[in-house]
Write a protein that binds this ligand. Sequence first.
Ligand code: ATP
Length: 311
Amino acid sequence: MTRSVTVRVPAKVNVQLAVGGLRPDGFHDVANVFLAVGLYDEVTVTPADALRITVDGPDADRVPTDHTNLAARAAELLAARHGIAPDVHIHIAKDIPVAGGMAGGSADGAGALVACDALWGTGASRADLLALCAELGSDVPFSLVGGAALGRGRGELLTPLDVGGVFHWVFAVADGGLSTPAVYAECDRLRAVSGPGATVDHVPDPEPSPALLDALAEGDLVALASALMVGGAGNDLQAAAVSLRPSLAETLAAGTKAGALASIVSGSGPTCAFLVQDAQAAPELADAMTASGTCRAARVASSPARGATRL
Ligand code: ATP
């Protein structure tokens, strides 16, 4: 009998995050181009007398170990669906920056779901797992599938995308996190004060950038960099993240000065993502970012990466 199951789950970067207007229900429609990157958490589940969570890794003290942890919620959700008790010890080996806009919590939710399904023999289909992921949060389904995907709706309605090559990144991790809801609220505020308004009546429906999707499909680094920077596909939350954390402007500028082909805030930030020429350029830019003093740490990773994978 299986006594423990470990699932590896990737972080993500949004190479496009187009945010629509504020809906009457308080949410925003998005056109979200997700790319999984090779920074991973590992989620291990083992039978126990009651649900409990432990976490290790550099940011472990910032991860909740109560029922608000997405991995705990995933276990509870799956157990409730099958009328069983969620008696499991979930251990998270945390390497994805916490509250950094890289969907680390979502990754752990997807990982716990896949791991508990295997441990308990609940036999969820891929479609079942995707539906449960969407209940847990808008970024959770992508953590399950990995690779690259377009997310519509609140980001949970996924269409897989082709990626024709490997892209290399440096991620500048900031001190402290940014709350995703706070960044959306700041985006609304900036739109209300500086444009025609923030609601669905004022903001165009979010659409993916054809140039960006072509660049990904063809594995064309120069075209991807151009779509990120010049074409303006980019990240509609970037201005809001920089507004809440003005020092991010210096982080982005330091990456560009050190030779990044594109410099963007990752999702809701405060992690910044820098696209670089190749695998050799990545550690060089990471060293330059660390030396610049504009980030707490710099991590190197390539994309695309596989979604939740049982080890
Ligand atoms: P996203 O990119 O999806 O907006 P994020 O990467 O900015 O998310 P997370 O690392 O997922 O942020 O953490 C956001 C908050 O969620 C944390 O501050 C923490 O309180 C809570 N949280 C719940 N479960 C987890 C988990 N397993 N790992 C990390 N944070 C978690």
